[in-house]
Design a protein around this ligand. Structure first.
Ligand code: KDG
Ligand code: MG
Length: 413
């Protein structure tokens, strides 16, 4: 079975997505997600100009060989653009292989290890009453684990807090990328104050535990904003509230910094959504400095590379918590779900529900029931791209916000 063609689709049904479709000479098609939030056209060009021309005529069944050909053969290895492009090819080839076998992909990854993947949703509020409403709404929707993000007194909009999530507000999740359709195509600038946040967050968790009791798994994303010693303090201050995890407590590329955090707190730690290679994790995993691997299949070289990364983590007792924001397309989400079902060291799966327009373009077979996600039994990944629907939503420039401290200094967002 040879690759006959490959094409790159860019569409914007509520937000931008980049999708690779590979077609074989016997008419099978496979999809791969290559969406890189705010840098979509760079990946489109990498794929269309430099990868698609290399694919035609290759054996579609040689997934490992194609991965190595693109990674080593490109000479310039790693980086989010390269690894998103390789991920898209890899995922599309796994989709094709599973369709050819007539099996859902998880069967080729070893079969299921569980009934479904425990998912966490994004509860948020500008203030504590609104957050409590949002947690209630998530529980009513069936979530059995929730991430808690809150506004900070004295600050304007901050990461992770959806506009109007409270009662009567929209039920859809937070979407940080500002589209040119909603205003100038420039990043929104937000203001940040870490000390105000550190004072406020334990109060937030206290209120949530008082309202919902000790059982509900609660998560929080620090979104790279703290210094290591600030993160250590927050982890310690949150210990009474028994978090499932504290995510991205400090900028993760400084792997050694996590030694300091780990040395001060027993709050479980997760990181890796901005990583794109297992090499980004070598200190974190080998020294057991984290508890959960947070990468996306989409940004980390696809199913082939993610499986290796998760197997490495398993050797050290570290579990998965794969990235599942709305900027991972339903194709990338399905890829994560097949892995979630198959691996032994599954931890939890992030589930930010996509906008209904996104689900008009991407027809999915995955299900969410009783708090668990399941990839479905359709052969392959179980996602198809509706080209006509996609064409109704042309690419719209969009950027993530930029953060500044009160004095104007640029800070991690
Ligand atoms: O594109 C950036 C988002 O994917 C990121 O801000 C979401 O931190 C995130 C999360 O944990 O989902
Ligand atoms: Mg995050």
């Amino acid at each position: 079975m040879k690759i006959r063609s490959a094409d790159v689709n860019v569409t914007s049904p509520g937000r931008n997505f980049v999708t690779l479709r590979i077609t074989t000479d016997d008419g099978l098609t496979g999809l791969g997600d290559a969406t890189l939030n705010g840098r979509e056209l760079a990946v489109r060009s990498y794929l269309a100009d430099h990868v698609v021309p290399l694919l035609t005529g290759r054996d579609a069944g040689r997934i490992e060989d194609t991965w190595q050909y693109l990674y080593r053969g490109g000479y310039w290895r790693r980086g989010p653009v390269t690894m998103a492009a390789i991920a898209a090819v890899d995922t599309a080839l796994w989709d094709i292989k599973a369709k050819a076998a007539g099996m859902p992909l998880y069967q080729l990854l070893g079969g299921r290890s569980r009934r479904g993947a425990l998912a966490y949703g994004h509860a948020s509020g500008q203030d504590i009453p609104e957050l409590l409403d949002s947690v209630r709404a998530h529980l009513a929707d069936g979530f059995q684990a929730v991430r808690i993000q809150s506004g900070v007194p004295g600050l304007g909009p901050v990461y992770g807090v959806a506009a109007g999530t409270g009662s009567g507000g929209t039920r859809y999740d937070y979407e940080p990328a500002r589209r040119s359709a909603d205003g100038p195509a420039l990043p929104v600038e937000e203001t940040w104050d870490t000390r105000a946040y550190l004072r406020h967050l334990p109060r937030v968790f206290d209120a949530v535990r008082q309202e919902f009791g000790p059982e509900l798994p609660l998560l929080h994303d620090g979104h790279h904003r703290m210094t290591p010693i600030q993160a250590a303090r927050l982890g310690r201050d949150l210990e009474p509230y028994d978090l499932f995890w504290l995510e991205d407590a400090t900028p993760s590329e400084d792997q050694a910094a996590w030694r300091l955090i780990r040395g001060h707190t027993t709050t479980p730690l997760a990181t890796g959504e901005v990583f794109n290679s297992a090499y980004d994790y070598t200190t974190l995993i080998s020294e057991r400095l984290i508890d959960y691997v947070r990468s996306a299949v989409t940004h980390t070289g696809g199913i082939t590379a993610m499986r290796k990364l998760l197997d490495l983590a398993a050797l050290y007792g570290i579990k998965s918590g794969l990235h599942g924001p709305t900027d991972v397309s339903p194709v990338g989400m399905a890829a994560a779900l097949h892995l979630d079902l198959a691996i032994h060291n599954f931890g939890i799966q992030e589930y930010m529900r996509h906008d209904p327009r996104t689900l008009e373009v991407f027809r999915t077979s995955y299900t969410f029931q009783d708090g668990l996600l399941h990839p479905g039994e359709t052969p392959g990944l179980g996602v198809e791209l509706d080209d006509e629907a996609a064409a109704r939503f042309p690419y719209t420039p969009a950027y993530l916000p930029v953060n500044r401290l009160r004095d104007g200094t640029v800070h991690d967002w």
